[in-house]
Each structure stands twice: as structure tokens, then as C-alpha cells.
Write a protein that binds this ligand. Structure first.
Ligand SMILES: Cc1ncc(COP(=O)(O)O)c(C=O)c1O
Length: 364
């Protein structure tokens, strides 16, 4: 049997929760989305949540809520999924790409050289399930006065010095896409914050610019935006998935420990930050013969992934923002994501390990 890269888990409770909503006849703007917003933001350690239709929309809404627009610069790592940066362009602002370090998160030294008086926000992408160096980012924020946005699309339940992903910046964004650490079984997202004013803006920006806290607010559009709402069925599934998140993260960590322990030293394994909890959305190794290794694993019925083969600053839509990012450009040729999902058996991780070690031995 083929070992997949990832596999979402759906329990009978999730199916029942979805069916219950289907039978209720209330699919949009009901109590379940509200409940999911409360429970998810509470889990992360923030006061408010605005559920959305996906993680990309969440980043767009977060930037708009912060007032990002023409003339502003937003710093973002190029080593990420395109959605970390495309909302910057959608807001009319200028993306400034920063390199990553060995942890695959923002290289603080490079960031320091890229901050200007026009820097309105920095997007801290907690890539692969590991949070950025938040103390350094907070110190810079204090000094320079930019907004700190957490892109936590890959880091549900991750921690930095005891604090959960999403609870440290001014505002944070999550994705509930099927491959993530928890899902709504489709596209979905959430923007969380503890700032009541930002929260109100996110609610308005999600829904045609309407402000429901005002009398007749339903009929008045105050800001230009689109419809980015989540539906009740997905929220019901999200509530059930959230209950499993901690347990599922532990299972991902267990598979990662098995890889850490038994994979040959000939490959580069993930670097974990001290005092932090990496939730291994992806377990990413680096190896020079990456494409050959990938082929070898594929032939042995092991699916792998490359997150991501083209750095964002090399994407056609960003051709006006040329820059050189040595680590990002090197890593994209070497990275390989190995199978890791909560229902994965340790014996399957051993198969993956054997096949990788076998390849490395024969390619000395
Ligand atoms: C780091 C990162 N940011 C943003 C997103 C966008 O989320 P979505 O696919 O739900 O729009 C993703 C999802 O793949 C992601 O991995």
C-alpha cells in the first residue's frame, strides 16, 4: 500500500455534526460559525475570531483591517506558499521579500536590513509548523512600530515560549485546508486578534463591508470588499476537529521524532527552536540529490512533496520585485517533505526511513 504524504481524518462525530447542520436548513450566518470563532480563538489564546472562506482571504482581511494600502511596504518571507504574499499586492502595497534561516522562518538579520520608514507590517510565517523567533520580532516591532501579522496557516497549536501560534502578533491568520493540522473538510480560514477594533474591521471586511453592529447595518456597505464568509457546515466540522487537534499534533510529533532518530545524518533534518513546540505540519529534510531521492521513494510507493519548488519572489506575479535571497534559492532545490499525518503508523515511518537511508548509502 502506498504511503501518502498526508491524510485528513474524519470521524463519525464530524460527519454527524455536518449532517445535523444540513438538516437544520440554516447554512449561513448562524450560531455555529460564531461558536467556532469563539472556541478556536479561545484555544489560541486570543479574544476574537472571524471565520472566513480560506487562509488567503484571512491574510487579505487582516492586512486590510490594519489599513495596509498604496505606499506601504509589507515584509514577508519568500520561502512560503504564494498566499503569504499575494494579498499584499491585492491591497495595493509593496511586498518586500526577506530570506529564511535554518529553521525555514524569517532570518532576523536580513529582516533588519529590509525595514524602512514605509514598513507597515511584517508577516511572520510559521512555516511547516514551527513558529518564528517571536521575541526578536516583538523587539523590532517595539523599536520600529510596524504591525506584526502571524501567518499561522501551518501552525495550529504550535507554541513559542508557552504561547500559542496566533496569540503574539497584532492579528493572525489560519487556514483549514484539508492537508492542514486541522481542517473544515474543504476551504476555510480564520482571522484572530485580541484587539476589539481590529476584530470589528475583520467582521466588516469579511461580509461586503457591512457593519452589523449598527442599526440597518445589513443594508449599508462601509468599505469596499467581497464576500469571504464561512458556512455553518464547515464550522460544525471545525468545532469537532479542534477537539482532536492536540492529540493529532502529538501524533505528528511522534512520527517526526522517529524520523529524527533513525534517518541518516547524510541528510539535513529540521532544526527545532528551543523552548518551542513544532507541530510538524510538514517534516522537511534537505538533500542535494533531492529529485533522485524523490523518484526512488515514489518507485517504492512513498509519496513526498516539495513545499515549495519556486520561491515567491521568482513567481511571475512578483516579477517587478526582484531580489536575491541565498537561503531561499538554495533550499527550494534541496527540500523534500516526508509523509506525516496523525493516523500514520510508526512502522510506516520506518519504511520511509529505510528507503531514504538505503538511497543515501548507495549514493555516497
Ligand atoms: C503558509 C500559508 N499561508 C497561507 C495559506 C493559504 O491558505 P488557503 O489555502 O486556505 O487559502 C496557506 C495554505 O496553503 C499556507 O500554507
Amino acid at each position: 500500500m502506498r504511503i501518502p504524504l498526508s491524510r485528513p481524518l474524519v470521524t463519525p462525530k464530524m460527519i454527524n455534526a455536518a449532517v445535523k447542520v444540513l438538516k437544520s436548513g440554516l447554512y449561513i450566518k448562524g450560531p455555529i460559525v460564531k461558536k467556532f470563532e469563539e472556541e478556536f480563538s479561545n484555544y489560541c489564546g486570543t479574544k476574537f475570531g472571524t471565520a472566513t472562506c480560506n487562509g488567503t482571504a484571512s491574510i487579505y482581511i487582516a492586512l486590510r483591517a490594519l489599513g495596509v494600502g498604496r505606499g506601504d511596504e509589507v515584509v514577508v518571507p519568500s520561502h512560503s506558499f504564494i498566499a503569504s504574499a499575494s494579498p499584499i499586492l491585492m491591497c495595493g502595497a509593496k511586498p518586500v521579500f526577506v530570506d529564511v534561516d535554518e529553521t525555514y522562518t524569517i532570518d532576523i538579520k536580513d529582516l533588519k536590513s529590509k525595514l524602512t520608514t514605509n514598513t507597515k507590517a511584517v508577516i511572520a510565517v510559521h512555516l511547516y509548523g514551527q513558529m518564528c523567533e517571536m521575541d526578536e520580532l516583538l523587539a523590532l516591532k517595539e523599536k520600529k512600530g510596524f504591525y506584526l501579522v502571524e501567518d499561522a496557516a501551518q501552525a495550529h497549536g504550535a507554541k513559542y515560549h508557552g504561547k500559542k501560534a496566533g496569540s503574539i502578533g497584532d492579528i493572525a491568520c489560519f487556514s483549514f485546508f484539508p492537508a492542514k493540522n486541522m481542517t473544515v473538510c474543504g476551504d476555510g480560514g480564520m482571522v484572530i486578534t485580541s484587539d476589539p477594533e481590529l476584530y470589528k474591521k475583520t467582521q466588516t471586511l469579511r461580509d461586503h463591508g457591512r457593519n452589523y453592529s449598527k442599526k440597518e447595518g445589513k443594508y449599508i456597505s462601509e468599505v469596499l470588499t467581497l464576500n469571504f464568509r464561512m458556512n455553518e457546515i464547515m464550522a460544525a466540522i471545525g468545532i469537532e476537529q479542534l477537539k482532536k487537534l492536540d492529540d493529532w499534533n502529538e501524533k505528528r510529533i511522534k512520527i517526526a521524532s522517529s524520523y529524527d532518530k533513525y534517518l541518516t545524518e547524510k541528510i539535513t533534518k529540521p532544526t527545532q527552536r528551543n523552548n518551542s513546540k513544532h507541530v510538524f505540519h510538514q517534516y522537511v529534510i534537505r538533500v542535494n540529490e533531492r529529485d533522485k531521492l524523490r523518484e526512488h521513494l515514489d518507485k517504492n510507493d512513498i509519496q513526498t512533496g516539495i513545499h515549495y519548488p519556486i520561491p515567491i519572489h521568482k513567481q511571475p506575479i512578483f516579477s517587478n520585485f526582484k531580489c536575491v535571497l541565498p537561503n531561499t534559492e538554495k533550499f527550494c532545490r534541496q527540500i523534500l517533505s516526508l509523509p506525516n499525518y496523525p493516523s500514520m503508523k510508526i512502522k510506516d515511518s520506518k519504511i520511509v526511513i529505510d528507503k531514504i537511508n538505503e538511497f543515501c548509502l548507495s549514493n555516497k
